[in-house]
Design a protein around this ligand. Structure first.
Ligand code: EPU
Length: 420
């Protein structure tokens, strides 16, 4: 088992480049099953979730070349419908495979997918969406069996709640359906726009991606293709917050600031100034006291739930009382106990609401990373705390952030990975 050891209170400086987006690359890989020829993906982050998904592709007969940030995939001509029960539960994104596999091969058995400890992750939208497109779905021994022996038909489907992976799964399936599919109350995240642009560049007919209504005309399999993973807006936002929290002059590079308009606006309200370039964000170290805020998470373009934990760490340094309301996941504030053990003053009003009184001086402690995003929040907390912070269960951090310790060391952070 590995852990991170962090010595806090060091000012950071320099350039911190952002990697390709986890939640884009994790959907480009399933999309490769819609192609008869080779699909080559670049700027793919080298993270554990990608490695697990590649293992699944390999396990089901895909031919994969994986070298650094480049992955080439050729989908198999046949697939027996069985997804590996040991790998699928390790990441939520494995569910996105259902769309292309069902559409292309006519059947897929899905052991209940897993992911993070951030709340219930139901899959009813996926089941109902596939049924609307003509699939038959049965549950046997915690496995969902999807069948569409005679192919899928275009349909209109309304998502009761906005779901990113739900939108992506049905969008991928709909490219192979006969007729037209309309997804209503679809998610608008930039990763969905990029996925649709990739498919359109190779012959798909998708309109409306980036709005709440996406229309897909079924076109059939695509020949071969390539795609570049877009910059990870969550990693970029986490680095901006890290710079503000450590009062450092950091320039976050290789990012797309247009994907972070609301987080940057909210940071400005708190007193954090940034200089935004075409693909960079320079954080000016805050001089005065940070102002408290009321933060509400929201689907894109709102404040992302995936930045809620890092932002809460920053709010422990604001002068006065802040409130955080998490609207997507019911267990995504549990890490606040860990911050309190380090000296923060956070009250959980209910599972969705926290009140933070600041500023508080954090002290280094031993904490475990509960999930990917709370994990990076613990690193930020460790970097502003007095003394040594030990972070355990760092597999959760490695799931989403590539060699984070080496990249932070390059801007002066005192963080090391050690084996227990
Ligand atoms: N939901 C249902 N039924 C469903 C699907 C979803 O009720 O069938 C509800 C959920 O309970 C939740 C909401 O819809 O209230 C959205 O949840 P969902 O599980 O659909 O989220 P997701 O689309 O799978 C993606 C990202 C998350 C990110 C959210 C932001 C991926 C692989 N995951 O999740 O990323 O927080 O969108 O909305 O793209 C992360 O990267 O750490 C992460 C958790």
């Amino acid at each position: 088992m590995e852990k991170f050891l962090i010595e806090g209170r060091t000012e950071l400086s320099g350039k911190l480049p952002v990697n390709g987006a986890k939640n884009h690359a994790l959907k480009l890989i399933p999309a490769a099953f819609l192609f008869t020829g080779e699909v080559t993906l670049s700027n793919v982050p080298e993270i554990e979730d990608i490695k697990r998904l590649v293992e699944i592709v390999d396990n089901i007969g895909g031919s994969v070349k994986h070298e650094g940030g480049s992955i080439s995939i050729v989908a198999p001509e046949a697939f027996d419908g069985e997804l590996p029960a040991d790998l699928v539960p390790q990441l939520r994104a494995s569910i996105v495979l259902v769309g292309p596999l069902l559409a292309r091969y006519g059947s897929v058995s899905l052991p209940l997918p897993g992911g993070d400890n951030i709340g219930q992750r139901p899959i009813d939208f996926f089941v109902e969406g596939c049924k609307a497109m003509g699939a038959n779905v049965k549950i046997k021994d915690d496995t969902y069996i999807f069948k569409a022996k005679h192919g899928l038909q275009g349909a209109e489907f309304l998502f009761p709640l906005v779901s990113v992976t739900g939108t992506e799964t049905l969008l991928l399936a709909a490219t192979q359906a006969s007729g037209t599919t309309v997804l209503k109350n679809a998610a608008c995240e930039p990763e969905i726009v990029a996925l649709a642009e990739f498919l359109n560049a190779h012959g798909a007919k998708i309109t409306g991606a980036g709005t709440h209504t996406i229309t897909i005309e079924g076109t059939g399999l695509f020949a071969g293709g390539q795609a570049e993973t877009i910059p990870d807006r969550i990693e970029a936002g986490s680095f901006v917050i890290l710079a503000a929290a450590t009062q450092s002059n950091l320039t976050i590079t290789k990012c797309n600031p247009a994907h972070l308009e609301i987080p940057l606006y909210i940071l400005q309200e708190m007193g954090v100034e940034t200089q935004v370039g075409a693909d960079s964000i320079e954080v000016i170290p805050p001089k005065g006291k940070l102002k408290p805020i009321n933060l509400v998470t929201h689907e894109y373009p709102g404040f992302p739930t995936d930045l809620q934990a890092p932002m809460t760490v920053l709010l422990t340094q604001a002068e006065g009382q802040s409130h955080v309301r998490e609207t997507i996941y019911e267990s995504r504030l549990v890490y606040t106990d860990l911050l309190n053990s380090m000296g923060a003053d956070i009250s959980l009003l209910d599972p969705f609401r926290a009140s933070i009184t600041g500023p508080t001086e954090l002290q280094g402690k031993t904490v475990a990373s509960p999930d990917i995003r709370a994990g990076i929040a613990m690193i930020i907390a460790g970097l502003i705390a007095e003394g040594t912070t030990t972070i355990q269960n760092i597999y959760q951090i490695d799931r989403g952030y590539e060699r984070i310790e080496e990249r932070l060391q390059a801007v002066g952070a005192q963080i090391r990975r050690v084996s227990e």
